[in-house]
Design a protein around this ligand. Structure first.
Ligand code: ZN
Ligand code: ZN
Length: 416
């Protein structure tokens, strides 16, 4: 027997109703705010992620599904299964010259991503993300729009008790000063940092604050280091941006706390970064991560365009939400006359009703048993019904049976 690959999962049966429900809620919330769905390819040039996610990240260094393809195009190219979707959406934004249209450009997406990680609860190698990206707005209105949509979406799927953790990483002007201070204060401890952090120290020292290594954590907790981390380095413009955002969140009664250790795992963020935690199931788990990436469009070859977005892992959301009970079909046509059953089923489906009929020529009673399990109503088409042109409609929940004169009445009766 050939089994599914480690870290991949078949999603079917009772689970599908909840997946659809999560998707529909995302679609409603984001489309109501003028966001358009975008479906970018599952694979992209490897270089896109090296540059667009950042080569100091675990994603790029350890977790990408990268392979060479030659074949028909003769030239060997390195392609990678997308580990996240921001880089792909930015690539698309640049390729289609969307910067020429009047801002903002607003997208949402839902789809599979791929990371070679150790599989654990809620973490698959093929997993799904839902997210949004908003281009062209440098004002904090974009930040609040994005955070508001994240919390509205989470509320819509029943995740309340949310806390938004916020930080500002500063802009190109003030970020460097902060980096330098972090580097200076950590310099004496360089040898004690984990191997990953030694590389981060050179490439993106802020990411050291994010390290899960116990030893690194201990170093960061030293008073003289904490003091530097918690000190305000950001410039006046960044400060203004951040406080405007906080004011908007206050107006909306969105609960937030500032966490200076929050830097997010990707290299490209600047100014606002955020995570949203949910208290669902008593656990304090992050269900959403996002931030501003004003430099990324330009870094990937486009014209300078501010942007902000977030992503959420759908498997994690799935684990937290109340599951949806799959809907029963409207009708099951119970009949020994298969031809009539098929014809009626088609007619009902063409009238936008969900209908099944017996595909196995089973006995009447067997058909009724099946109907009771899967449908709301049984339409009984016995010899009398066919001969005299009427339907017997059985409510399978109450057992109540009604005589229906013709097709129009059937449709109307059900609509009521
Ligand atoms: Zn700044
Ligand atoms: Zn470390």
């Amino acid at each position: 027997m050939i089994k599914a690959q480690r870290g991949t999962k078949d999603i079917f049966g009772d689970e599908i109703a909840t997946w659809h429900w999560i998707f529909e809620n995302a679609k409603n919330i984001f489309q109501n705010a003028g966001f358009n769905e975008i479906k970018t390819p599952i694979f992209e040039a490897t270089e896109l992620f090296n540059r667009g996610v950042g080569d100091s990240t675990d994603i790029v260094n350890k977790e990408m599904y990268t392979f060479s393809v030659g074949g028909v195009e003769k030239k060997e190219t390195s392609i990678t299964l997308r580990p996240e979707n921001t880089a792909g959406v930015v690539r698309s934004f640049i390729e289609h010259n969307l910067n020429r249209q009047s801002p903002p450009q607003k997208f949402w997406y839902f789809g599979p991503m791929f990371r070679y990680e150790r599989p654990q609860a809620g973490r698959q190698r093929q997993f799904h993300q839902v997210g949004i990206e908003l281009f062209g707005i440098k004002e904090p209105t974009a930040d609040v729009e994005v955070i508001m949509l994240a919390t509205d979406f989470l509320n819509s799927i029943g995740l309340n008790n949310l806390t938004v953790e916020l930080n500002t990483l500063g802009c190109s002007k003030c970020k460097d000063g902060y980096r330098k201070s972090i580097k200076n204060i950590l310099a004496p401890y360089l040898n004690e940092l984990c191997n990953d952090c030694k590389i981060r120290y050179e490439k993106n020292p802020l990411r050291i604050l994010d390290c899960k290594n116990e030893n690194c954590q201990k170093i960061l907790e030293k008073d003289e280091i904490k003091e530097i981390i918690l000190k305000d380095y950001i410039c006046d413009e960044c400060k203004e941006h951040f406080s405007e955002l906080k004011n908007y969140l206050d107006e909306l009664n969105i609960r937030y706390s500032v966490n200076k250790m929050l830097v997010r795992g990707l290299d490209y963020y600047n100014r606002t970064v955020f995570e949203i935690k949910s208290e669902a199931l008593g656990s304090q788990s992050a269900v959403c991560g996002g931030g501003r990436y004003d430099g990324l469009v330009e870094m990937l070859g486009g014209t300078s365009t501010p942007a902000i977005g977030f992503a959420m892992g759908v498997e994690r959301l799935y684990n937290l939400v109340n599951k949806i009970t799959p809907q029963k079909t409207d009708f099951f046509v119970v009949s020994n006359n298969t031809k009539e059953a098929i014809k009626l089923s088609q007619k009902l489906r063409q009238n936008n009703k969900s209908v099944e009929f017996d595909l196995q020529k089973r006995k009447f009673t067997k058909q009724l048993e099946k109907a009771a399990k899967t449908a709301k109503y049984a339409i009984i088409l016995g010899d009398d019904e066919i001969k005299q042109n009427f339907y017997s409609l059985k409510n399978l929940a109450s057992g109540e049976q009604t005589t229906i004169k013709n097709f129009e009445e059937l449709i109307n009766y059900y609509a009521k």
